[in-house]
Every structure is written in structure tokens, then in C-alpha cells.
Design a protein around this ligand. Structure first.
Ligand SMILES: [Zn+2]
Length: 84
């Protein structure tokens, strides 16, 4: 489900999901702190994007943000099992 959410997260932020999808995202966010953080980061990036390019996002730029978010998530996961 976290994986599903990651896929539709940007549509969620853009308000492009239908009512049922929107509701299931909200339900998941209530239960899942990681995804709340994820959506929060994504929303912040999205705000930056719209400030950066007045609406339409550059695909390459979007892809890089995507990578950074994925990176942040995997770092978080590593931390859980890391004893350093
Ligand atoms: Zn989740």
C-alpha cells in the first residue's frame, strides 16, 4: 500500500485523484507516519516546482526530486536496522 501511495502521491497533491482514491490515500495517511512524511516532502517539492516554473513542471526536474525522495526514504529504512 505504501508503494501504491507513492505512485499516486503526486496526483493526490495535484488533486487529480477521484473521490475513492482520495479517501483511501487519506485513510492510509492516518495510519502511516512514513507516508505522511513522504507526502509532506512531496508537497513541499511541489510548491517549489510551481514557484519555479509557473505551473507546468519540467520532467527532468520532477524526476530528480522523485529520486531524492526515494533516497530519503531508503536512508530512513537503513537507519532502522543500522547500529552505528
Ligand atoms: Zn504508508
Amino acid at each position: 500500500m505504501c508503494r501504491d501511495l507513492a505512485e499516486i502521491a503526486s496526483d493526490y497533491i495535484d488533486g487529480e485523484l477521484n473521490g475513492r482514491q482520495n479517501l483511501s490515500v487519506k485513510m492510509h495517511l492516518m495510519m502511516c507516519k512514513d507516508c505522511r512524511t513522504f507526502i509532506g516532502n512531496l508537497r513541499a517539492s511541489s510548491n517549489l516546482l510551481s514557484a519555479h516554473s509557473s505551473g507546468k513542471a519540467d520532467e527532468e526536474f520532477l524526476r530528480r526530486i522523485d529520486e531524492r525522495v526515494a533516497e530519503a526514504l531508503s536512508v530512513r529504512k537503513n537507519k532502522c536496522s543500522d547500529s552505528e
